[in-house]
Design a protein around this ligand. Structure first.
Ligand code: DGP
Length: 115
């Protein structure tokens, strides 16, 4: 089977092959600003290893590190009034990059339910 990570845009960011505005990192995940920001703060938290989506992950330790880093990012960005963490999973949710990622969105009021 071909190595899916070879052409994965987020794997390329993890490997430093394409630039991104880095915000934070831990052993298992990195955080960088979304190119197409949907809020004043919009950061993506991405596991270092290639996992296609939440539907493909069987690794609770990595998922824990991703969520822990999302919380660190929110604290670091000063999102004291609250924030939203979103993991789009699969076509119905509009996942466009097939490497698991958590969006950390904040700095404005969030509507509920999301569209
Ligand atoms: P999703 O729809 O959940 O798959 O969101 C993917 C997000 O990734 C989207 O908000 C735009 C962002 N994105 C796509 N390509 C790049 C990139 O090369 N760099 C950065 N920083 N963000 C990207």
């Amino acid at each position: 089977m071909a190595d899916e990570s070879a052409n994965c845009i987020f794997c390329k960011i993890v490997r430093g092959e394409i630039p991104a505005t880095m915000v934070a990192e831990n052993e298992a995940a990195i955080a960088f600003r979304d190119l197409d920001a949907k809020a004043p703060v919009h950061v993506l938290v991405v596991p270092r290893k290639h996992i296609v989506s939440l539907a493909h992950s069987a690794d609770p330790a990595t998922l824990g590190e991703v969520l822990a880093l999302a919380g660190d990012v929110a604290r670091q960005e000063g999102l004291d009034g609250g924030y939203r963490v979103v993991i789009n999973t699969g076509p119905d949710a509009g996942q466009t990059v097939h490497h698991l990622h958590a969006h950390v969105l904040g700095g404005r009021n969030m509507a509920w339910p999301p569209g």
